[in-house]
Design a protein around this ligand. Structure first.
Ligand SMILES: [Zn+2]
Length: 286
């Protein structure tokens, strides 16, 4: 019996979830260390839900230092099958305006200082990541978000940069030529690790600024991000609370079989220590 089937990972500005009942606060430890903060579990819309503030309460942890593997592992331990992640992002397109919402479909990785996999020390695992977001969950997220917030965009490519500094103008223009629509600092490796853990993953991205490519606008600053975040966070909470009730039990996507044909190491060559550490994720294939 799982503790939670659905998890919400709150980004900048979203540090709690209203409407949860039967609340428990769990202080977890994983083979990858402690998650960003205690995980709050409870019931919402008839579903068992876990909530984790990505940066910790008080926004203590910067993007590069996030314990992403511990976060995803802890949620997997609770039985989570579906994650809605909420993120503040900058816009790289005129039509993605501050205070708009985006449910992105694609990612470009510009991080360079993060561990990207549960399997860095083996076994050798190559997951398929051509479509980094769960299509079913993303479709439901877009339907829900657009019904509550008319300025919601379906699809889009998110550039994930290392940070913590914002982009240079040259970089911001380059990302536009690459096809980037929005830019953030946290979707990776979160989305990759969720896929490795066979958890469905979707993102609700809240646009706070125009980064720094747009000549006629003030360039992005923390003040600007926080001001627009505060305007957006109630909308984001309403969307999250509404979608939880709508998420069906069970799955009709491929996320739950992501590792099925992805493990290259011969089963009898998998190190027993790795198996002990990663059993939660790979034991069904061993
Ligand atoms: Zn899925």
């Amino acid at each position: 019996m799982s503790t939670a089937q659905i998890a919400i990972i709150g980004g900048s500005g979203l540090y709690d979830l209203q409407g949860l009942t039967n609340i428990n606060e769990i202080d977890m430890q994983t083979p990858f260390g402690k998650p960003s903060d205690t995980i709050v579990t409870g019931e919402l819309g008839g579903k068992k839900v876990a909530f984790l503030p990505r940066h910790g309460r008080g926004h203590r942890i910067p993007p590069t230092s996030l314990p992403v593997r511990a976060n995803i592992y802890a949620l997997k331990t609770l039985g989570v099958e579906k994650i809605i992640s909420v993120s503040a992002v900058g816009s790289l397109r005129e039509e993605f305006k501050p205070l708009d919402m985006v449910v992105p479909h694609q990612l470009i990785d510009r991080t360079y200082s993060r561990t990207q996999s549960f399997f860095e020390n083996g076994p050798t695992v190559h997951i398929s990541f051509s479509d980094p977001y769960c299509p079913s969950l993303s479709q439901l997220l877009f339907q829900t978000a657009s019904s509550l917030h008319s300025k919601t965009h379906e699809g889009g490519t998110m550039v994930v940069m290392e940070g913590p500094a914002f982009s240079t103008k040259a970089e911001s223009h380059m990302y536009r030529t690459w096809g980037g629509d929005i830019i953030g600092m946290t979707a990776l490796p979160e989305a990759k690790l969720a896929r490795e853990a066979e958890i469905c993953y979707s993102t609700l991205a809240c646009v706070t600024d125009y980064d720094c490519w747009r000549d006629s606008t003030e360039v992005v600053s923390v003040d600007m991000v926080v001001a627009n975040l505060n305007k957006n966070v109630e909308t984001a909470k309403r969307i999250v609370e509404t979608i939880v009730a709508k998420i069906p039990m069970g799955r009709n996507c491929d996320c739950e079989n992501a590792l099925k044909d992805s493990i290259l190491t011969a089963r009898n060559s998998v190190d027993s220590k790795a198996l002990e550490k990663l059993g939660l994720i790979i034991s069904k294939y061993m």
